[in-house]
Design a protein around this ligand. Structure first.
Ligand SMILES: [Mg+2]
Length: 383
């Protein structure tokens, strides 16, 4: 049977007592470098949901960029979403997702902030699904009808220079697929790609332009960059480029095109899936959709013959949520795991599951299967 959201009548009702944002920050030695700007420190915005019977669930909200945007998302949860979540009983997290979306619709228009609201709702949704799965005593991938507890994974977020030590470390940890950022001009990009090939040989290599090219530049570059035998080239165009432009680029052949972390809503994703231009579709479930929207979307991607490869680059809750969604959805996708040093990812939950020959095995515990360390959380909490 194909993975899908469980029916509400198979789930215990939610009667929430508390929905709380918990914002953590950590300093890093060197910034994350992208073609659109740098990320000088790391933020992780958690959502903790507690039911009246004491059951707890955890979620995570996108909070990478801009660096202080996470505070805004935390306020949206505290000021608006918590009250809506506590206002009635829910037969499923999906019902709560619909109500949260509907009841904040006018606010998103008034504030001009559909993105931040969508991100905050996504984090609440993940926390509610975690809570429900923990109550039922099953891992989320199984609750979602999945048939496997393993996901292929890659080491992501490598800067265009100074990546050597991290790559060697990640090879030692068991990774055999890597993604490096480009879009800094051909000299820098090719030096980075040649350097990566020298380190990893013919292991899988992906690149991310982070929306740094326009259509003409992308078409000019496509063949030469594809020569590096790339599994995909990510966001070569701005996310809002027309479908015609994405199709024109796909007609160049060469490496598959990846995108999706900056799409929002079923309509945008479905237009891209239907166009067939993207070989790899990358929704970020902490940025839009949570499990409620992302699992059905992932199934549509896989059913269309495209690869569902979750985007995520912050804390362990978001990584594990993405891993469960990928495990449940099936297909040939690969999990993004940030390779850059980040104390919040490394220590909040005692470390991610180990990688063996490029494969992550999900924890056996209920829900996401991981638990934040209260002392570590307290030491890094800023909001
Ligand atoms: Mg990206």
């Amino acid at each position: 049977m194909l993975a899908q959201l469980p029916n509400a009548n198979a789930l215990p009702a939610l009667n929430l007592a508390k929905v709380e944002p918990i914002l953590l920050r950590a300093k890093i030695d060197s910034p994350i470098v992208t073609s659109f700007g740098n990320i000088p420190e790391r933020a992780v915005l958690l959502v903790r949901a507690e039911d009246k019977d004491g059951a707890v669930g955890w979620g995570e909200v996108f909070g990478n960029f801009p660096v202080h945007g996470a505070e805004n998302r935390a306020h949206l949860i505290r000021d608006f979403l918590a009250a809506i979540a506590l206002s009635e009983s829910w037969d499923s997290p999906a019902t709560a997702f619909d109500a949260l979306t509907r009841k904040t619709h006018i606010m998103t228009l008034q504030s001009g902030e559909p993105g931040p609201f969508a991100q905050a709702i996504a984090g609440v949704d993940i926390a509610l699904w975690d809570l429900v799965a923990r109550r039922l005593g099953v891992p989320l991938w199984r609750l979602m009808g999945g048939e496997r507890d393993t996901v292929p994974s890659y080491a992501s977020g490598l800067n265009p220079t100074g990546f050597e030590d991290i790559v060697m470390q990640k090879l030692k940890e068991g990774y055999n697929a890597f993604k490096i950022k480009i879009g800094f001009g051909q000299d820098t990009d090719f030096a980075a790609l040649n350097g990566m090939r020298a380190l990893i040989g013919d292991r899988e290599l992906m690149t991310d332009v982070n929306q740094g090219w326009g259509i003409e530049t992308a078409c000019d570059h496509w063949r030469a960059y594809s020569e590096f035998d790339l599994k995909w080239i990510e966001e070569p165009l701005p996310a809002d480029a027309s479908i015609e432009q994405w199709k024109r680029l796909a007609d160049q052949g060469g490496s598959p095109i990846a995108a999706g972390e900056n799409l929002l809503g079923d309509g945008q994703f479905d237009a891209h899936i239907a166009s067939g231009a993207l070989g790899v579709v990358q929704p970020d479930m902490c940025k839009w959709g949570g499990f409620t929207k992302t699992l059905p979307l992932a199934r549509r991607i896989v059913d269309a013959g495209q690869r569902y490869c979750p985007h995520f680059l912050a804390g362990p809750m978001g990584i594990l949520a993405s891993a469960h969604c990928l495990a449940a959805a099936g297909g040939t996708g690969i999990l993004e795991v940030d390779a850059n040093p980040n104390p919040l990812r490394e220590h909040l939950t005692g470390g991610l599951p180990p990688i063996d020959s490029g494969i992550m095995t999900l924890p056996t515990g209920a829900g996401l299967g991981i638990e934040p360390d209260p002392d570590f959380m307290k030491a890094h909490r800023v909001g």
